[in-house]
Design a binder for this molecule. Structure first.
Ligand SMILES: *Cc1c(COP(=O)(O)O)cnc(C)c1O
Length: 416
């Protein structure tokens, strides 16, 4: 790629594009994409450019910059920290390469990615359709917050494509969905989804945080915009928050311009942690996938476990779609302990490796009873209607040794 956006710029060095050809594997891309080959001060790693302000040598340089900006949306240098930063741009270019998108914008959190995308792609009087297993904050934003701007949302059951098509109105502009979903790991049939959207001239936005670009490249399956909570697998170490929006220049350029106003930018230090985390993305996701499948199979065979939701199991309602679209099934396994809340809590408390906490996608395993974590604010009847029973446990598996995790589950189940 010769696009300047893929190279970090500084000190007038000659640009040297990184190997981001489509033929390189995601593993190689995760390490090299988005980074220029020779960097400032001969540093191997992308420098953290910790500045809010970029200076001009003289007024002539300023005039030249302004002229460049008239012809290019993004000139070859930065002006002010809210408009751009070289460390952030390297992280954005790496994410774009991994997703197979033309461009990506990095924002302060996954929710900032969701809200800024929806605010930019929808106008007052528009209608959008969401699938019901979306991230709760996303659902709340669409159902309550967007209504203040005269934007209506219809929620349809995930996996019901007839209901999805029936919900389309003349003013429907956007379909928002997730794949795999939280906590039941429903997986989208992208052919059906994008087929419906295309027939009606509607854009599709899909949050593929649970899959990562290693397991799923939704842009290649016809989706218009992909959203990632970078906080999860991409950064991967439970130590930084960010979100990404990936797509074509038509979508991303206006989003980048809006971002200069909306202001939910990522700090250069956070961008560095994301770049560093992404170097091992393919390795980590391979381990998450292996751990997920092994744990799901172990739990499915255990007499004290009532039911397991994992798309890699044949018993999962979307197993066929998952096999057709995913390159791995991820590290999240949801299951019900055969018993009540007290028994599920006793099981969780008997575990030695995972700790109780929200989130997913980091190297450390995390576990939670979902009725108390993430869904605690939902009234009990509504929670039950969503299928969130008190004994439902979500295990967000890290990259620990598979046998250690299985042994830990076995000893905890033996104690209840
Ligand atoms: C965590 C998460 C989000 C929100 O991301 P933050 O970085 O926490 O703002 C959105 N979508 C999904 C699927 C998530 O798991």
């Amino acid at each position: 790629m010769t696009d300047p956006r893929t190279s970090e710029r500084s000190n007038g060095e000659s640009p040297s594009p990184a190997p981001t050809q489509p033929s390189t594997s995601t593993s190689t891309q995760a390490i090299h994409a988005g980074e220029r080959r020779f960097r400032a001060h001969d540093s191997l790693t992308v420098p953290i450019v910790q500045t809010a302000v970029y200076t001009f040598g003289n007024t002539g340089a300023l005039v030249e910059y302004l002229e460049e900006r008239m012809f290019w949306d993004e000139p070859e240098r930065e002006e002010y920290g809210r408009y751009g930063n070289p460390t952030v741009r390297a992280a954005e270019a790496k994410i774009a390469a991994l997703e197979g998108g033309q461009d990506a914008v990095l924002v302060a959190s996954g929710m900032a990615a969701v809200t800024s995308t929806l605010l930019l792609m929808l106008n007052s009087g528009d209608h959008l359709i969401l699938t019901n297993e979306c991230y709760l904050s996303t659902l709340e934003f669409c159902r309550k917050f967007l209504r203040r701007f005269g934007i209506e949302a219809t929620v349809v059951p995930c996996g019901d494509y007839d209901a999805l098509e029936a919900a389309i109105r003349p003013n429907t502009r956007l379909i928002f969905s997730e794949s795999p979903t939280n906590p039941f790991m429903r997986c989208l049939d992208f052919e059906r989804l994008t087929g419906i959207a295309r027939r009606h001239g509607i854009k599709t936005v899909v949050d593929t945080t649970f899959a990562t670009p290693i397991n799923l490249r939704a842009l290649e399956l016809g989706v218009d915009v992909v959203i990632q909570s970078v906080t999860k697998y991409l950064a991967g170490h439970n130590d930084v928050m960010a979100g990404a929006i990936v797509g074509s220049y038509d979508v991303i350029t206006p989003l980048r311009q809006a971002q200069a106003m909306l202001g939910s930018i990522v700090d250069p230090h956070a961008a560095y942690l994301i770049l560093r985390g992404m170097k091992t993305l393919a390795l980590r996701v391979a381990r998450h996938n292996a751990n997920g499948l092994a744990v799901a199979r172990f739990l499915a065979d255990h007499p004290k476990v009532r039911r397991v939701w994992y798309p890699g199991l044949e018993s999962h309602p979307d197993h066929a779609v998952a096999v057709a679209t995913l390159r791995g099934f991820g590290g999240v396994v949801s299951f019900e302990i055969d018993g009540d809340a007290a028994r599920a809590h006793a099981f969780i408390d008997a575990l030695r490796i995972p700790t109780v906490g929200p989130s997913l996608g980091g190297v450390e395993s995390l576990i939670s009873p979902l009725a108390l974590m993430g869904f605690a604010q939902v009234p009990p009847e509504e929670r039950l209607a969503l299928g969130i029973r008190d004994e439902l446990v979500r295990f967000c598996i890290g990259v620990e040794e598979t046998d250690d995790l299985i042994a830990d589950l076995a000893q905890a189940l033996a104690r209840i």
